[in-house]
Design a protein around this ligand. Structure first.
Ligand code: TRP
Length: 307
């Protein structure tokens, strides 16, 4: 049995059933995710873009000359392009992604758009330590870029582990530029993950279709509903799929009974306070040096230096 299959069966055998968020992203899922970022209720992308546009010069100043910019993720976003468009003296730009295809395509595009830039893509799972390339120009420092509040999709312990990997990859004198969603009026957060067009619901449910098509599962898509509740106490959105009846689902040779109203956990999206993240950064070996927010104070981009 493949590791993926083992992992899926293990997740569905827990008292709280869960499926890893990585199964969101087949081709349809990636397309739906793009659509989420364009929804009027989904404030995160607009707010982060606004911050990048307003404060890119201050960011460039802090990053300095001859740095190596290491992006955790493939770097196809508009935010990255704003940054690269203003950083004219980079030693290298290093996008890191687990999907080789995705990475090659987006690196090609980056090379076309920034012909002077030394682009060194690295295929790696960035949650584990990986080797950095050696660019022609020796970087003065490494700056990790991690936009999109993606840190929030990791549980606390894993987020801390990831911050420590970033600290080690940044090295002495290195830094981290990170986009993080902030705690705010719960209604605003609730609407962002329960959009009126139902795109987020489709995205969540698509995971089951993906498992049916590629992992031999037999989920009945009509027998599950999307749920996204904001837990204000824990400061996180909980994405789940709720069973609409007592049912059995098979995946490979394994069979699971799912009760009416039982949930499958698909993802968290943590929202931060400035204090809360400052403490996490500190515990991982970073100090927050600068925080930028959009005018409505919905989102933050933070520059952290190695302690
Ligand atoms: N990191 C962003 C967020 O938490 C984007 C994202 C990741 C997302 N997974 C998602 C958005 C699932 C909606 C649903 O919001």
């Amino acid at each position: 049995m493949s590791n993926a299959m083992k992992e899926l069966i293990e997740g569905l055998s827990q008292p709280q059933k869960m499926i890893s968020p990585k199964y969101f992203y087949d081709e349809v899922g990636s397309q739906l995710f793009e659509e989420i970022t364009e929804l009027p209720e989904y404030y995160l992308t607009d707010a982060e873009l606004e911050i990048m546009r307003r404060y890119v010069d201050e960011m460039v100043e802090l990053i300095g000359k001859q740095a190596s910019l290491i992006e955790f993720g493939s770097g196809s976003s508009l935010k990255t392009r704003i940054l690269l468009g203003h950083l004219d003296e980079l030693a290298a730009y290093v996008p890191v992604d687990i999907s080789a295809d995705h990475l090659q395509a987006s690196a090609q595009q980056t090379r076309r758009d920034f012909p002077e830039l030394a682009v060194h893509p690295v295929v790696a799972d960035f949650t584990r330590p990986f080797d950095l390339p050696t660019p022609d120009i020796t970087p003065v420092k490494n700056v990790i870029y991690f936009p999109g509040s993606t840190l929030g999709n990791f549980e606390y312990a894993e987020a801390m582990e990831l911050l420590r990997v970033m600290r080690d990859e940044a090295g002495d004198g290195g830094a981290l530029l990170i986009g993080l969603d902030l705690q705010k009026d719960p209604d605003i957060i609730h609407r962002a993950y329960n959009d009126s067009e139902g795109v987020t619901a489709k995205f969540n449910l698509n995971m089951l279709r993906h498992l049916n098509t590629n992992y031999g599962a037999n989920f009945d898509l009509d027998a599950f509903e999307h749920r996204a509740e904001y837990d204000e106490e824990k400061g996180r959105v909980v994405l789940e799929l709720v069973s609409q009846k007592d049912q059995n689902v098979t995946i490979g040779d394994a069979e699971f009974a799912i009760a009416d109203g039982e949930t499958i956990l698909t993802e968290y999206s943590h929202k931060y306070t400035l204090k809360g993240f400052a403490r996490m950064a500190h515990d991982a070996g970073f100090e927050v040096e600068k925080v930028w927010k959009d005018p409505d104070k919905l989102f933050s981009v933070q520059y952290c230096v190695r302690a």
